[in-house]
Design a protein around this ligand. Structure first.
Ligand SMILES: [Zn+2]
Length: 190
C-alpha cells in the first residue's frame, strides 16, 4: 500500500457523529487492502493527484444510516466511494479505471441526464471471486442503475484512434521500403 491506508478506509464522519464503532474484521481489512493494492494505488499513481475516499468500509449499522444498499459491498470492505474533487476530475478517474480493466464494478454516481460527470465514483474489487468489470451510472433524480456503453462513452477511448492511424501509416512506410528492396532484388536477379 503506497497512497491509501486502511484507517482512511474505516474513517466515517457519520460514524463519529453517531458514535458508532466502524470496526472491520480481519477479513474485511484484507479485502480493503486488496482494493487498495489492485485498484486505488495504481489509479492514484497514474492520476498523479490526490484522490479522496468519502466512504470505504461500513459496518451494517453505518450502512443503514447512510441508506446504503442492503447487500452493499461497502459492508465487506470491497468498495470505496472516491472523488478527485470535481465531476470533471471524476470523469478522468472513471476513464482511467475503465481503461485499466482492473476492477469489479464501477458506478458513476449522480451523473446528469446527458453527461457522464459523476459527483463521485463507487468502485469495487473482489479479493475472492470473479471481478465483473461492469460499469453503471446513476442519473440524478432517477431510480436504478443503467449500464454504460464504454466504447461510445469515454472520450479518452476514442482518442486512441489517432495512435492507430499513426501505426497504420508506419506500416505503409514499412511496406514501401520492403517493396523498394524487393524491386531492387528483382532488378538484380534479372
Ligand atoms: Zn459506494
Amino acid at each position: 500500500m503506497k497512497y491509501f491506508t486502511i484507517s482512511e478506509m474505516l474513517k466515517s464522519d457519520t460514524a463519529l457523529k453517531m458514535r458508532i464503532w466502524n470496526g472491520a474484521t480481519k477479513e474485511h481489512e484484507e479485502n480493503l487492502r486488496a482494493l487498495i493494492e489492485n485498484v486505488l494505488d495504481p489509479l492514484r499513481e497514474q492520476y498523479g493527484h490526490p484522490i479522496y475516499v468519502t466512504s470505504g468500509y461500513r459496518c451494517p449499522k453505518l450502512n443503514n444510516l447512510v441508506n446504503g444498499a442492503p447487500n452493499s459491498q461497502h459492508m465487506r470492505g470491497e468498495a470505496a466511494d472516491i472523488t478527485g474533487g470535481s465531476p470533471a476530475e471524476n470523469l478522468k478517474l472513471a476513464q482511467m479505471i475503465a481503461e485499466s480493466g482492473k476492477f469489479d464494478q464501477m458506478i458513476l454516481e449522480e451523473v446528469g441526464p446527458n453527461d457522464l460527470l459523476p459527483q463521485w465514483i463507487h468502485i469495487t474489487w473482489k479479493r475472492n471471486g470473479w471481478n465483473r468489470k461492469n460499469i453503471l451510472k446513476k442519473v440524478i433524480g432517477k431510480a436504478g442503475y443503467i449500464t454504460v456503453d464504454v466504447a461510445n462513452s469515454f472520450p479518452i477511448s476514442r482518442k486512441k484512434e489517432p495512435a492507430a492511424c499513426a501505426t497504420g501509416s508506419l506500416t505503409k512506410i514499412m511496406k514501401r521500403i520492403l517493396l523498394y528492396f524487393f524491386s531492387l532484388r528483382l532488378r538484380a536477379t534479372r
